[in-house]
Design a protein around this ligand. Structure first.
Ligand code: IPM
Ligand code: MG
Length: 371
């Protein structure tokens, strides 16, 4: 099978380039062994773009990204940029990509690989077999809504403020994705907000409830306050199937869910837009949930699995390459079963290896799986 779909690679900062480097080896494997060829374009984003261009995302990079069939993203940010103007910070580049491409649906699956049940900080019986999908609204809420700013008050004090805001249609479209995804899974959706204190939460709950009545009746819907959800995620995470929530709560709860799986270094994500009605094309960006981890960057010890699994999600959601996606998941799983561990998931009976060595083993397992 040949293909000339275009993948744009934006590896970014910190450990981003390292984990993307490993993931490109997986892409090379598919080119060599499965004749799966993509046009690859690479560019700078975040701090690396800021250093070259003075901004974290150039217009040219953005328009190329919009043209691409899928984006494989590394990570952005680092303490080096702490004093840079807010809108030129590396994170702004990522937020602009999400917003301009309308990537409103962020899928963050937290699944526990059997071999890693012991790596979680929670008891193995609490996490083994876990398969939760956090669906985070990604282009609205407090991340983007106006007014926001820092202003000086007459008495010389300052006030810093943000706005949390959701419209009916924004809530409906993410709710719809939640019901669609649950349909393919265990048919349960937990909608998470703080309707006990926030008006945007009151509306969120109301819209999801109505949508469920009108469009999602085959799905079991429940509602939960965000603080309770954080607690329930560590108390009994297997009660959840799909959790749908706003941008900020989704950011926080997905870090929490990631840790259930053993390490933040294991969690991939997909950020999807709606399908264009005329072209059938859907904008999509795939990135690990972990950040740029500047404390371990450049040491060859970072876990590349979240990035490699992000490629698996890219295959599945952008190119309908379900078999190939599953092949990557299996190769990752086998590598873990064989005991290979980067530092973040190391336990004493494992074999401690670095970034490129664990990838080598994923590739060996790919070879063996197709033999
Ligand atoms: C994430 C990250 C980002 C976010 C940062 C890097 C802007 O934490 O994707 O979870 O807050 O959304
Ligand atoms: Mg985050």
């Amino acid at each position: 099978m040949t293909s000339n779909k275009k993948i744009m690679i934006l590896s970014g900062d910190g450990v981003g380039p390292e984990v993307v480097h490993e993931t490109k080896k997986i892409l090379d494997w598919f080119a060599k062994h499965q004749s799966l060829n993509f046009d690859i374009q690479e560019d700078l984003v975040g701090g690396s773009a800021y250093e070259k261009h003075g901004i974290p995302l150039t217009d040219k990079t953005l328009s190329d990204a919009i043209e691409a069939d899928a984006i494989l993203f590394g990570s952005v940010g680092g303490p080096k940029y702490d004093d840079v103007d807010f809108e030129k910070r590396p994170e702004s580049g990522l937020l602009k990509l999400r917003k301009e491409m309308d990537l409103f649906a962020n899928l963050r699956p937290a699944t526990v690989f059997p071999a890693l049940a012991n790596s979680s900080t929670l008891k193995p019986e609490i996490v083994s077999g876990l398969d939760v999908l956090i669906l985070r609204e990604l282009t609205g809420g407090i991340y983007f809504a106006e007014p926001r700013g820092i202003e000086e008050l007459p008495d010389g004090e300052k006030k810093g403020f943000d706005t949390n805001l959701y419209t009916t249609s924004e809530i409906e479209r993410i709710g719809r994705v939640a019901f669609d995804l649950a349909e393919l899974r265990n048919k349960k959706v937990t909608s998470v907000e703080k309707s006990n204190v926030m008006m945007s939460g009151v509306l969120w709950k109301e819209v999801i409830t109505n949508l469920h009545k009108n469009e999602g009746s085959k799905i079991e819907l429940s509602h939960m306050y965000a603080d309770n959800c954080a607690m329930q995620l560590v108390r009994n995470p297997k009660q959840f199937d799909v959790i749908v929530t706003d941008n900020l709560f989704g950011d926080i709860l997905s870090d929490c869910a990631a840790m259930l799986t053993g390490s933040l270094g294991m969690l991939p994500s997909a950020s999807l837009g709606n399908k264009n009605k005329e072209t059938g094309k859907r904008h999509a960006l795939y990135e690990p949930v972990h950040g740029s981890a500047p404390d371990i960057a450049g040491q060859g010890i970072v876990n590349p699995m979240a990035q490699i699994l992000s490629l698996s999600m890219l295959f599945k959601y952008s190119f309908e390459l379900d078999k190939e996606s599953e092949l990557i998941n299996k190769a990752v799983s086998k590598t873990l079963e064989q005991g290979y561990r980067t530092k973040d998931i190391f336990s004493k009976d494992g074999k401690l290896v670095g970034t490129s060595e664990i990838t080598k083993n994923v590739i060996r397992n790919l070879d063996e799986l197709v033999r």
